[in-house]
Ligand binder design. Structure first.
Ligand SMILES: NC(=O)c1ccc[n+]([C@@H]2O[C@H](COP(=O)([O-])OP(=O)(O)OC[C@H]3O[C@@H](n4cnc5c(N)ncnc54)[C@H](OP(=O)(O)O)[C@@H]3O)[C@@H](O)[C@H]2O)c1
Length: 248
């Protein structure tokens, strides 16, 4: 029997037209989710299931910088997967700096804040014995948070994305919002044509670890990441707890 762990849950994925976006949508469909594909592209996204049948999904166009326009859509979403990203490889122009920070780090942070505010406003009827499961946000950072990726701007922007997630999770994570960090090694896509893994393999492994209820989801052939990433996130958590405080 098919695993239907995401049965009737609405999942929105950014970067839906990319390799991992499409692979995640296919896997989530198999596991019973309603799909919202958030894409910056105007091209229609047509995905097929294992039997060659079209996968039902709602496609919504969005743009970095206009995250607030997604408020009404995200209000209906149970799980938001922040997955969009760019890689300028060896470029270091001012435009490449701006675009990398904007797409990889700042738009992800704005979506985190937006979804966090929606989760905080969730109210369950008093005495409801079976409230709906908390909303979830999965943020796809990268192994580049802590490892070299032969792409300085990619590393800088992914580190900023990961650090903002660590800092803001101190206030945003809680009973109404479960945050998960996806730390992935190299897989093949437009962003990284020579990746070792396939996007389908990575998507399957991500969902497997989500089913184990991991907050830190790591999929990579690099053993160092399994050792260093938990230490990095724990030491950031401790440092940010000690030297920052909640507003008000
Ligand atoms: N490939 C790897 O080795 C690797 C390793 C670790 C982590 N990652 C991360 O995995 C995620 C998915 O990457 P991928 O490898 O699947 O690459 P991909 O196939 O190039 O997909 C990335 C998608 O991000 C979206 N995007 C790009 N520029 C955008 C912009 N300006 N505004 C909004 N959306 C934009 C696009 O999707 P739409 O056209 O649908 O908007 C694009 O297809 C990224 O966050 C990447 O950093 C990748």
């Amino acid at each position: 029997m098919r695993d239907k762990s995401f049965h009737a849950r609405t999942v929105a994925v950014t970067g839906a037209g990319g390799s991992l976006g499409q692979a995640l949508l296919r896997q989530l469909h198999e596991q019973g989710a309603y799909l919202i594909a958030l894409t910056s592209s105007t091209a229609p996204l047509e995905l097929l299931d294992g039997n060659g049948q079209p996968i039902p999904l709602q496609q919504i166009r969005w743009q970095c910088g206009k995250e607030e326009d997604l408020r009404s859509v995200l209000a209906e979403v149970d799980i938001l997967v922040i997955n969009h990203g760019v890689n300028f490889h060896s470029e270091r122009s001012a435009e490449a700096v701006q675009h990398s920070l904007e797409v990889n780090a700042l738009s992800s942070w704005r979506l985190l804040e937006l979804f966090g505010s929606l989760a905080a406003a969730d109210a369950w009827p008093a005495g409801d014995a079976s409230p709906r499961p908390p909303r979830e946000l999965w943020m796809n950072t990268s192994e580049a948070e802590i490892q070299a990726a032969v792409s300085p701007l990619y590393e800088i922007s992914k580190r900023l994305q990961g650090q903002l997630l660590s800092l803001r999770s101190l206030d945003l994570a809680g009973p109404q919002l479960r945050l998960r960090r996806l730390v992935l090694g190299p897989f093949r896509s437009a962003l990284n044509p020579i990746g070792l893994m396939s996007a389908d393999f990575v998507a399957r492994e991500v969902l497997r670890q989500v089913h184990w209820n991991c907050g830190l989801v790591i999929v990579t052939p690099n053993p160092l990441t399994y050792l260093l990433m938990p230490i990095t996130t724990a030491s950031r958590w401790l440092y940010f707890q000690l030297v920052s405080r909640k507003a008000g």
